[in-house]
Design a protein around this ligand. Sequence first.
Ligand SMILES: Cc1ncc(C[n+]2csc(CCO)c2C)c(N)n1
Length: 87
Amino acid sequence: MSFTQELRRWVDPIWQASFEHPFITGLADGTLPLDRFRFYVQQDSYYLTEFGRVLAVAASRAGDLAEASELAAHVRTTWHSSRGWQG
Ligand SMILES: Cc1ncc(C[n+]2csc(CCO)c2C)c(N)n1
């Protein structure tokens, strides 16, 4: 079994439970209150900001420019995603 398969098996209970989470089921069936969704998106913008920073650090340490360019493109996508809720 590969390392990623091992990790996937290890988190399987959490993975499966995520499908039953009220946020996900509410989002899927359209009953999630708008304020809950708005709060999530606002909080997620903090996550995306820090995730973008991590990607930028990785880009700066890439082995070559091709790799750096790929990572920098992800930084840009992340930046746009983090700004999405602001219109
Ligand atoms: C907690 C959390 N985990 C994953 C994503 C998924 N996601 C959506 S945009 C983006 C950046 C690059 O595409 C990522 C990782 C998220 N939004 N919030």
